[in-house]
Ligand binder design. Structure first.
Ligand code: F6R
Length: 607
């Protein structure tokens, strides 16, 4: 998730702009850049790999003096690896204007082809660079009009800020789908992806609406709608402090990231479902191998492994191909696991997990193709595989994987459907699945509202428990595993998960009135069997928490949480936020910091 910033007016200081840009780095930062108009009305730009810290050294001495307008960008790579050429700002061919962008331009390939035919020269592999060239094409002396016309050509999500050397003291911004806040502090117009950098200057801000274009300068700000009509947007007063603003007002990054899931899922889908068809262009180079594959080998650790379990089941059901999964720390030591007819799918949100990488290094050459599913462009895993699929979920700062898990599930469903299509899944069925997947972000969004309240009530009942056993069957067994992992890692409750059918093969001996069971039991084909497992648990006097769905008719004397009803294969993605929130509330009620669980690291780069 990138961050953009813009300052307009003679009192603009680059050092201040960079300080403010630094405050956006929590959103993720692998490279950074600025562009500004100096006192001679020249456009100067500087960019670097790494954090904002390095930028100041790249700027000429006394760069601070006489700056009239400046824009900055902190990048978290989605299209193109982290590099100087891919860092923003991007300039047009005439080098008169510079643009920073946050979001994903879905039709950038079409736009770039068209611009290339018209002799534009591209210097980066980003989707964003098309914006600079589109504004250049539309420019006839009026920067606002040019930004407006260029925006009209963009599909996808964007927050843009632009400066032009012929418009000293002016920053023009536009937004659709990506957040953008503007403000005026009396002498400067300010724009930013979120309020964090702005609140040290003013607490009165305006959240732009989709389609808005705004012009900022020393005198004030003016806003136009898509159709060019002037419009007033309400001014909001911010009463958070800077630290809270980084978390958008949430108490913890984990909670913020749980609530970011609808947007993260929309970003994962963006550009990949067109006319009800799933498009994963990244697979084109290995399409033949996928078609001929006799088996798929899935490798991952922790939460990513749980996503892999769901993928295995869905893949086998839809693609008729055998799929094998193991945790990387075991898989890498097994012999003869891959052959020339197998394809590897390695799942790792960080892309740096040592065991997963070692499995690839050992086995990649023995299989016909390898695919990484990761959130981190430029991570090591992307160099160890034939092709990579990126989650585009934005950076995850909380140690516990939340939004990257649901984004993994969504992308893996898409991958499974594409694999199934090469092996005979009908177009109609594939389209059906694609349409269903498109609706998932909205369902998660709706569910989150009540999920937070309901899971907190249950957490209050169980805040002092020492143990929890999670049970599930079918697609809900990986969900039970994920629920137990989340709970143990941030609330330190002794939680484990077992397939519900295994209860009576030993685990049930643990149960009594002080040992609760968390049953994941949607109204799918496992419902009847789950109901009898729950009876077994209750007859041992163990308290039961039941996570089910709107269609279920389980007895109501249990602590019941009902998620929206969806097809059984999709239940893992709908159920996950409930389990994340339950774990979160348990941790907070036990006075633990969910963002920094003891003994854990975000990237496990050691074996
Ligand atoms: C749990 C969690 C870990 C990771 C595991 C693999 O919340 O975050 O279990 O899922 O360490 O990490 P990646 O996906 O980066 O390979």
């Amino acid at each position: 998730m990138c961050g953009i910033i813009g300052f307009a007016g003679k009192s603009t200081r680059l050092s201040t702009l960079l300080d403010s840009l630094r405050k956006l780095e929590y959103r993720g930062s692998d490279s950074a850049g600025v562009a500004y108009i100096n006192s001679s009305n020249q456009l100067i730009s500087a960019k670097t790999v790494g954090t904002t810290e390095k930028l100041m050294d790249l700027l000429p001495d006394k760069a601070d003096a006489g700056v009239t307008a400046a824009i900055g960008h902190s990048r978290w790579a989605t299209h193109g690896e982290p590099s100087k050429k891919n860092a923003h700002p991007h300039l047009d061919c005439s080098r008169n204007l510079a643009v920073v962008h946050n979001g994903i331009i879905e039709n950038f390939e079409d736009l770039r082809d068209r611009l290339l035919k018209r002799s534009h020269v591209f210097l980066s592999s980003t989707d964003s660079e098309v914006i600079a060239h589109l504004i250049e094409e539309s420019y006839n002396g009026d920067l606002i009009d040019a930004v407006k016309r260029a925006s009209g050509e963009l599909e996808g999500a964007y927050a843009i800020a632009a400066v032009h050397k012929d418009h000293p003291g002016v920053v023009v911004v536009a937004r659709k789908g990506s957040p953008l806040v503007i403000a005026h502090d009396g002498s400067r117009g300010l724009a930013s992806s979120d309020v964090t950098p702005i609140i040290s200057y003013t607490r009165e801000v305006i959240y732009l609406e989709d389609g808005d274009i705004a012009c900022l300068n020393a005198e004030g700000i003016s806003i136009l709608t898509t159709s060019g009509e002037p419009v007033d947007r309400p001014v909001s007063h911010i009463d958070w402090d800077e630290q809270a603003a980084e978390k958008s007002g949430y108490d913890h990054f984990m909670l913020k990231e749980i609530f970011e899931q609808p947007q993260a899922l929309r970003n994962t889908i963006a550009g990949r479902i067109r006319d009800s068809k799933i498009v994963l262009a990244e697979l084109s180079s290995i399409e033949q191998h996928i078609q001929k594959a006799e088996s798929v080998k899935i490798v991952a650790c922790g939460t990513s492994y749980h996503a892999g379990l769901v993928f295995k089941r869905f893949l086998e059901e839809n693609a008729g191909v055998s799929a094998e999964i193991d945790v990387a720390s075991e898989f890498r030591y097994r012999k003869n696991v891959c052959d020339a007819n197998s394809v590897i799918v390695a799942i790792s949100q960080s892309g740096e997990t040592a065991d997963t990488l070692e499995f690839l290094r050992k086995n990649r050459k023995n299989c016909s193709a390898s695919i990484a599913v990761t959130n981190t462009v430029g991570s090591t895993i992307t160099r160890e595989v034939d092709t990579s699929l990126f989650l585009n979920a934005g950076p995850e700062i909380g140690v516990a994987a939340t939004k990257t898990y649901t984004a993994q599930l969504l992308l893996l469903y898409m991958l499974a459907i594409r694999i199934a299509q090469t092996r005979g899944l009908s177009e109609e069925k594939a389209k059906d699945h694609a349409r269903t997947l498109s609706g998932i972000p909205a369902i998660v969004e709706k569910a989150l509202v009540s999920a937070d309240r309901e899971t907190r009530i249950i957490a209050e009942l169980f805040r002092n428990t020492r143990d929890f056993l999670f049970i599930g069957r079918g697609y809900s067994y990986p969900t039970a595993l994920e629920g137990a992992l989340k709970l143990k890692e941030i609330s330190y409750v002794n939680a484990s998960a077992v397939q519900a059918g295994e209860l009576k093969h030993g685990h049930i001996a643990l149960l009594d009135e002080s040992f609760p069971v968390f049953a994941v039991a949607p109204s799918d084909f496992t419902k009847v069997k789950m109901a009898s497992n729950i009876m077994e648990v209750k007859s041992r006097c163990a308290p039961v928490v039941l996570l089910t769905d709107d269609n279920a008719s389980f007895e109501d004397q249990l602590s019941v949480i009902k998620a929206p009803f969806v097809s059984e294969w999709l239940y893992p993605i709908i159920a996950a936020p409930y389990l994340q929130l339950f774990a979160y509330h348990m941790a907070v009620l036990r006075e633990l910091d969910p963002d920094r669980p003891r003994n854990l690291a975000k990237s496990v780069t050691v074996e």
